[in-house]
Design a protein around this ligand. Structure first.
Ligand SMILES: Cc1ncc(COP(=O)(O)O)c(C=O)c1O
Length: 391
């Protein structure tokens, strides 16, 4: 089939990778430099320092040339021993994948079952840890924003639950689709390893994975016996001190990362979080007006990064998404694993503004009509009223 030019920008409204703004594309579009030379050392130190502000930590943040999955693995292999007990929570597809990885690495996972419609219950965390009198549980691992469901777990509350139980378990948090989109505080919330990546709130192409690491996790890593090589924090932290990497770094993505951090700090992180929150609220107003159901059932856990919408029985979410892609050149997120065909996901994170949301919701509303999905009209108008109302 020949490609036919489709005028105007493609709407990439999946919940990551997100739209890469021109400013970042231009920053990346530069000659690659000597990664052992002085200019690179300055770039890396600037980026590693700037990242601390995004994670809200005074502790080191490591950058891997990897996807988010690599950064998950790094968190586990640097701190744990095969056979260690870890508590994880079935909040959705990504929590399930992380659990599977932990199992493959030889960890004993206590996987708390869930219905993919709510986040981690802090009370369950507390109860699990109180039960564990002889401190067999070495870590609690939580996905902050479940990208498959649009549910954001309350990490600050999870921290308080661990403290109430007086338990020494490490806390690992996946912020892959929440970093630089939803309020997050590595130090204040006493998180031991925060896992992140480049292609969502940071507005970059895929290719960078992050670990922000607490002092406690660094101490534990000194004696943790799990086999590791590429993911080892030690070599990375040693070379990072002077602005270098133990292997060839992703130089051009780091130019992009420097620009992304500058953009986020210019806007201000609080403003970034508020913008995502507004867009989530306006999207939910549209969904409610259409008469469709949200996947997330807990209002305090609604995500500012994406909204997962259920289609009525008998209607296929993938057929609907195909109509939207073919007709309006817009990609929406699909339902993952057991939600396949049942939900579609609207990404409203990253480099995104009111008018982009208005266009996205217009594409969804027109697509619902064309795909024959029963709905009430007026969702776009309701969202516009919400956006205008809080200006
Ligand atoms: C919450 C969450 N965790 C982990 C991952 C896996 O990240 P990656 O695909 O970059 O390896 C994703 C990917 O979308 C995600 O959304």
């Amino acid at each position: 089939m020949t490609n036919i030019y489709r005028p105007g920008r493609h709407f990439l409204q999946i919940p990551g990778p997100t739209n890469v703004p021109d400013r970042i594309l231009r920053a990346i579009d530069r000659p690659t430099i000597d990664h052992r030379g002085p200019e690179f050392g300055r770039l890396a130190r600037e980026v590693l320092d700037g990242l601390k502000q995004v994670f809200r930590t005074a502790q080191p943040v490591i950058v891997y040339p990897s996807s988010g999955t690599g950064a998950w693995e790094a968190a586990l292999v640097n701190t744990l021993s095969p056979g260690d007990r870890v508590v994880m929570f079935e909040t959705g597809h990504f929590a399930t994948l992380w659990r599977e990885m932990a199992g493959r690495l030889g960890l004993e996972v206590d996987f708390v079952p869930g219905d993919w419609r709510r986040g981690v219950e802090p009370e369950t965390v507390e109860a699990k840890l109180i039960e564990d009198k002889d401190h067999q549980i070495k870590a609690v691992a939580v996905v902050h924003n479940e990208t498959s469901t649009g549910v954001a777990s309350r990490i600050g509350e999870v921290r308080k639950a661990i403290d109430r139980a007086g338990h020494p378990a490490l806390l690992f948090v996946d912020t892959i689709s929440s970093l630089a989109s939803i309020d997050y505080r590595h130090d204040e919330w006493g998180v031991d390893v925060t896992v992140g990546c480049s292609q969502k709130g940071l507005m970059l192409p895929p290719g960078l994975g992050f670990n922000a690491i607490s002092e406690k996790a660094l101490r534990v890593a000194e004696t943790a016996p799990m086999t590791r090589s590429y993911w080892s924090w030690e070599a990375m932290l040693n070379t990072n001190k002077t602005g270098y990497f133990p292997y060839t770094p992703p130089t051009n993505l780091l130019y992009g990362l420097r620009e992304a951090i500058a953009m986020l700090l210019e806007e201000g992180l609080e403003a970034v979080f508020a913008r995502h929150g507004r867009h989530g609220a306006a999207t939910r107003r549209a969904v409610e007006t259409w008469g469709l159901e949200l996947q997330c059932q807990v209002p305090e856990e609604y995500s500012g990064a994406l909204t997962a919408v259920r289609l009525p029985e008998g209607h296929d979410a993938d057929a609907f998404r195909k109509v939207v892609l073919d007709t309006f050149d817009m990609s929406l997120g699909n339902g993952l694993s057991k939600l396949q065909g049942k939900v579609f996901r609207i990404g409203h994170l990253g480099d995104f503004n009111d008018l982009m949301l208005a266009a996205t919701l217009s594409g969804v509303e027109m697509g619902l009509g064309l795909a024959g999905v029963p709905h009430a009209k007026g969702g776009v108008q309701a969202a516009l009223d919400t956006l205008a109302g809080d200006r």
